[in-house]
Each structure stands twice: as structure tokens, then as C-alpha cells.
Design a protein around this ligand. Structure first.
Ligand SMILES: Cc1ncc(COP(=O)(O)O)c(C=O)c1O
Length: 383
């Protein structure tokens, strides 16, 4: 990591990788100094289709020419079409869509709906979960209060449930609980699959006490597991799914997918947004789903993920966790050291809150040849 030059006008809040990106194509980043870098990080799980996919670019260009922006108060076909396509892609029976702009905003609205519907004041989240930087999303993010939260108090009570103890759901989720929020496969928490037994235990307990179950699929959704969502991957259906990141492939867009139970409580003005549901954002989401389906990218994610698992436990890598293209390579040395050594070999990867997990979040178009390059680089790094 390097720091920005002192004359930068940008807020100095991001540690910086030593690459200045000039452009990208597919899974490749081209740096201003001439380096060509294989990207296993995808702009933090955003570039699901890779960079510059021609049909995604064409969809944005077409929509920009036709109508760049209109308020939600004016009906538009593209907004309806993208919502229908997203609900069908998910196939979970969560058929009502509310468009917003970022992952945190989607979670903020999901939590607000849960409080409104239940009239209760408490939430349960999982240890090591990450849900965003707004007041409510930050409140349910593990460790945020100690590290960066900043607000004088959280807007509601939160209990954190150990991520490997499904039995604790019975005890911690009670009749005062408005919402349980969980990432089916945790991203920042180290590409950690919380697993079907945990999700089933939460579903069962939420049904017993009438709490709203929210799956934060901002990172693990939109095909990243090789299934449309983590909910499909584990066969557990929540009341609300939130999606962002790969949903727009880089154009900012996020969404809430709502069950009939939640949707039927909605009244005009319960939620709102200026930019959410903008036509270019919706065209981006529609194009992403169309491309994932027409290019059989879910099958590719499953196949190449299996290949990573079978070939990349080598050098400093002692094991693999996670699902699909949200993978954590467990490392015998600090993951940051392995990340730096890979970058010296022109391969970009991510880290996580777990110092011994290197995170892979590649584009869904990655192939086995690219994985061979990662394997070769890892084999040259000492354990
Ligand atoms: C699981 C999860 N939820 C929410 C967020 C917040 O999304 P955003 O940064 O778009 O607000 C993130 C971001 O990394 C995330 O990984």
C-alpha cells in the first residue's frame, strides 16, 4: 500500500494499492506504467462481467441516448422491465423490487421496513458481518462502533450472534426482534460461508417470533456463488434480499427484493429516493442479468471455482473457504504479504478482516487459464 501524493484533493481515507489504472478489458487491468495485471479482485466484487463488456457498454449507451434520467414519479418501461428481470433471475418469490443506489442504502431501507412492519426495536446480526457505513447499516456491522462508526449512538439495539453457532438463534432472536440481518457468505469476514444450518435456524426462529429475515447479498449475490443468490445456493428463502455491487457491473445500483409479506405492508412514501431506479442504472442491471444468463456465466463460476479449489492450495495457501467466486485462500503467512508478493507478479487479489485470508472476487468470465497463472505465481511464493 502507498499513500497519495500530498497535493491530492481527494479525502485521505483509503489505503492505496501501488497501481494507477489506465483502462481495463475483460479480467485485465492496464496500469499507466505499462503493467498488465490479472484481476482477481474485481473492484471489490463489482465487476462481475469484467471490464468493458461490449453488450453492457451498448446497453448504457443506448439508454443514455434515449433517456438519461427520470424521477420515480414518472413511470418508465426500463424500470419495470429491469425489476421483472431481477425478480425472475432470483426465482425466490421475492417479486417486489425497490431500487436504490448502494449496498448500505439497501440495507438501511431493509432494516427500516422491518421496524415499521413489526413495530419492534431490536435487531440481531452476525459476528464478523459487514453491512455498510450508514447509521443503521453501520450499527449492525461487526466491530464498526470500535473502529469507525462515528455517530454518538446507534439508532437501535443490536445483538451479535456467533457465526458458527446456529443453536444460539433460538436464544438470541426473540419476540422483541424486528430483524435478523445476515450475509449468507460473509465477504469482509473472510469469504466465510455461514452455512445452511445457520440460515435454516434463523429462518425457523424468525418464523416462530415474527421477525423479518434479511439476507445481505450485496457481495455474495448476483451470481457470485454460481447460483443467482446465496439464498438459492443454500435453499433458504428470507423475507428481504439486498443486492448491489455486481448488479450494475460498476454503474451504481442496488435493490431490495421483497416477499409478499413485506410488500403488502408498503404505502406510498414509506421509502423514497432520487437516483434509485434511474433509467441508466436499470439498463445496467438488465444488461448484467441478460449477459449472465445468455453466456451461462453461473455454470462458468461453478466450474472455475472448483478448479481454483483443486489447484490453488499451494505455496502459502493451506486451504480454501467460501463459495463460487467469493473465495478465501487461507494463508500460512499474513495474507497481506501474500497479496504483495502476488502483485509483484502482476496479479491483484484482496484481503479481508481475517489477517490469514486472501480474498478472491474475480469476474464471472474468468477461465482456467487465468487460474493456472495464479497457481504458478502462488507456487513461487514461499509458505
Ligand atoms: C455484504 C456487504 N453489505 C453492504 C456493503 C456496503 O455496500 P456499499 O459500499 O455499496 O454501501 C458491502 C460493501 O462492501 C458489503 O460487502
Amino acid at each position: 500500500m502507498v499513500s497519495r501524493p500530498l497535493q491530492s484533493h481527494l479525502a485521505q481515507v483509503f489505503a492505496q494499492y501501488p497501481i494507477e489504472v489506465a483502462h481495463g478489458e475483460g479480467v485485465w487491468l492496464y496500469a499507466r506504467d505499462g503493467r498488465k495485471i490479472l484481476d482477481f479482485y474485481g473492484g471489490h466484487a463489482v465487476a462481475g462481467l469484467g471490464y468493458g463488456h461490449p453488450r453492457w457498454v451498448a446497453a448504457l449507451e443506448r439508454q443514455a441516448r434515449q433517456m438519461t434520467f427520470q424521477t420515480n414519479a414518472l413511470p418508465m418501461a426500463i424500470r419495470e422491465r429491469a425489476a421483472a428481470r431481477l425478480a425472475k433471475f432470483a426465482g425466490l418469490g421475492l417479486d417486489t423490487v425497490f431500487w436504490v443506489n448502494s449496498g448500505a442504502e439497501a440495507n438501511e431501507n431493509a432494516l427500516r421496513l422491518a421496524f415499521k412492519i413489526t413495530g419492534r426495536g431490536k435487531t440481531v446480526a452476525l459476528e464478523h458481518g459487514w453491512h455498510g457505513r450508514t447509521a443503521a447499516a453501520g450499527a449492525v456491522t461487526w466491530g464498526a462502533l470500535e473502529k469507525w462508526y462515528g455517530f454518538p449512538r446507534t439508532p437501535f439495539d443490536v445483538k451479535f450472534l456467533p457465526r458458527d453457532q446456529p443453536a444460539a438463534a433460538q436464544r438470541m432472536v426473540d419476540r422483541d426482534t424486528a430483524a435478523v440481518i445476515v450475509e449468507p457468505i460473509q465477504g469482509m469476514g473472510g469469504a466465510y460461508d455461514v452455512g445452511k444450518p445457520m440460515l435454516q435456524a434463523l429462518r425457523r426462529r424468525c418464523d416462530e417470533v415474527g421477525a423479518v429475515l434479511i439476507f445481505d447479498e450485496v457481495q455474495c449475490g448476483m451470481g457470485r456463488t454460481g447460483a443467482p443468490f446465496g439464498a438459492n445456493y443454500h435453499g433458504v428463502v428470507p423475507d428481504v434480499v439486498t443486492a448491489a455491487k455486481a448488479l450494475g457491473n460498476g454503474f451504481p445500483v442496488s435493490a431490495l427484493l421483497l416477499s409478499p409479506r413485506v410488500a403488502r405492508e408498503l404505502k406510498v412514501d414509506d421509502m423514497g429516493t432520487t437516483f434509485g431506479g434511474g433509467p441508466i442504472a436499470c439498463a445496467a442491471a438488465e444488461a448484467v442479468i441478460e449477459i449472465i444468463e445468455s453466456e451461462s456465466l453461473l455454470a462458468n463460476v461453478r466450474q472455475v471455482s472448483t478448479y481454483i479449489r483443486s489447484t490453488c492450495v499451494i505455496g502459502p495457501v493451506t486451504g480454501v473457504q467460501g463459495a463460487g467466486f467469493l473465495l478465501g485462500l487461507k494463508t500460512s503467512r499474513p495474507a497481506k504479504e501474500v497479496q504483495s508478493a502476488l502483485l509483484e507478479r502482476n496479479i491483484l487479489t484482496g484481503t479481508s478482516a481475517d489477517p490469514a485470508v486472501l480474498r478472491l472476487l474475480p469476474a464471472y468470465i474468468l477461465n482456467e487459464g487465468h487460474v493456472d497463472q495464479l497457481h504458478d505465481a502462488l507456487s513461487k511464493i514461499p509458505a
